[in-house]
Write a protein that binds this ligand. Structure first.
Ligand SMILES: C[C@@]1(CC(=O)O)C2=NC(=C\c3[nH]c(c(CCC(=O)O)c3CC(=O)O)Cc3[nH]c(c(CC(=O)O)c3CCC(=O)O)/C=C3\N/C(=C\2)[C@@H](CCC(=O)O)[C@]3(C)CC(=O)O)/[C@H]1CCC(=O)O
Ligand SMILES: NC(=O)c1ccc[n+]([C@@H]2O[C@H](COP(=O)([O-])OP(=O)(O)OC[C@H]3O[C@@H](n4cnc5c(N)ncnc54)[C@H](O)[C@@H]3O)[C@@H](O)[C@H]2O)c1
Length: 267
């Protein structure tokens, strides 16, 4: 067996995962700028967030989240009892002694912890994140250059189509509907193959155009294992248009033209 058959192991990276922290309890220690970023990050993942920090030291964004009830607030410095029932700890305090104490307690209690800007006291690092609806892209430089991670993330985001998040939402609905019409485990391979072909054959713009009616039409082709184009489904496919179809399109364009001429002559 040749060793070039398999991907080589490239150690020294991190395991990038999409952590399902929904409804789990996250403790954020600190109320400054860095804490505010951490709080938003975990709120975006639907976690239950407790912030421990003196209110007097909290920046307006953190005060706002407290006043809106988006987080539970404990108005004092950290105490060891704050770790009770907590699933994840994020500290962002300007006190290295307190940070190390919190880190040590978390290790004893096997709670995953990130101490902002102290890599040896992190079970996981934060990364630079692009968000568009269900799409999240994280850039990590594995501690080498956090500012560079920010720059790379923005360069990637600039190149993405503006409606990508929307296309992904539509694909999510289509997959749900497909599972409803083909729920059995033995239909899995056919379901996955058909879904992959829809994603490959339809452009992102096509996927954005999906609505309930078009999805229902599209799903009727699943049984025969076919993937029609959007144009075919909506009746604007040139090849599938008979003479009457062409006439319909011309008549509608003519109607629009006349209407816009009439409107512009009123101005
Ligand atoms: C990505 C981002 C996510 C976030 O924090 O949300 C993040 N840091 C961000 C910004 C940032 N941090 C720093 C600067 C100043 C410029 C510079 O140094 O580059 C800037 C730039 C700025 O503020 O614009 C200083 C800094 N950071 C760390 C150290 C300690 C050290 O290196 O030893 C020092 C030096 C302290 C010193 O020199 O004294 C350590 C970490 N920072 C990480 C994440 C983890 C590694 C991520 C990675 O490598 O990819 C890691 C290991 C642990 C962690 O904190 O999780 C966020 C950008 C988000 C965005 O805007 O998109
Ligand atoms: N990643 C970055 O961009 C970046 C930038 C600057 C600083 N930092 C580092 O991140 C950490 C936090 O930065 P910041 O700018 O948010 O700090 P900050 O000074 O604005 O805020 C610190 C917060 O921690 C609270 N605090 C202090 N001791 C506490 C304790 N024992 N218990 C609970 N709360 C306590 C303070 O009341 C305050 O709300 C620092 O270690 C700093 O060196 C990171």
């Amino acid at each position: 067996m040749s060793d070039s058959e398999f991907p080589p192991v490239e150690g020294g990276g991190s395991l990038l995962l999409a952590w399902q922290i929904r409804n789990k309890t996250v403790l954020v220690v600190g109320g400054g700028n860095v804490a505010a970023g951490r709080i938003l990050g975990v709120l975006n993942a639907d976690a239950k967030v407790t912030v421990v920090a003196p209110l007097s030291g909290c920046i307006p964004e953190v005060k706002y989240r407290i006043s809106e009830g988006q987080v539970t607030h404990v108005d004092r410095n950290f105490l060891p009892e704050d770790l009770e029932g907590v699933d994840m700890v994020l500290t962002a305090v300007d006190d290295p002694v307190a940070s190390t104490e919190i880190y040590t307690l978390c290790k004893q209690q096997r709670i995953p912890v990130n101490v902002a800007d102290v890599p040896p006291e992190c079970d996981f690092y934060f990364g630079s994140i692009h968000r568009d609806g269900p799409l999240q892209i994280m850039v990590s430089t594995n501690g080498n250059g956090p500012k560079l991670a920010n720059i790379i993330r923005r360069q990637i985001a600039e190149k993405l189509p503006p409606n990508l998040g929307n296309a992904i939402t539509q694909v999510g609905s289509l997959r749900k509907k497909l599972r409803q019409i083909a729920p059995n485990a033995d239909q899995g391979p056919k379901r996955m193959d058909w879904m992959s072909r829809v994603c490959e054959q339809w452009s992102l713009e096509d996927l954005c155009a999906l609505n309930e009616d078009i999805m229902d039409d599209l799903l009727t082709y699943f049984e025969a294992n076919e993937v029609p184009s959007l144009a075919k489904l909506t009746g604007t496919d040139v090849e599938s248009l008979g003479i009457f179809g062409w006439f319909g399109i011309l008549a509608s364009k003519w109607h629009h033209l006349v209407q816009s001429l009439l409107l512009s002559s009123k101005d």
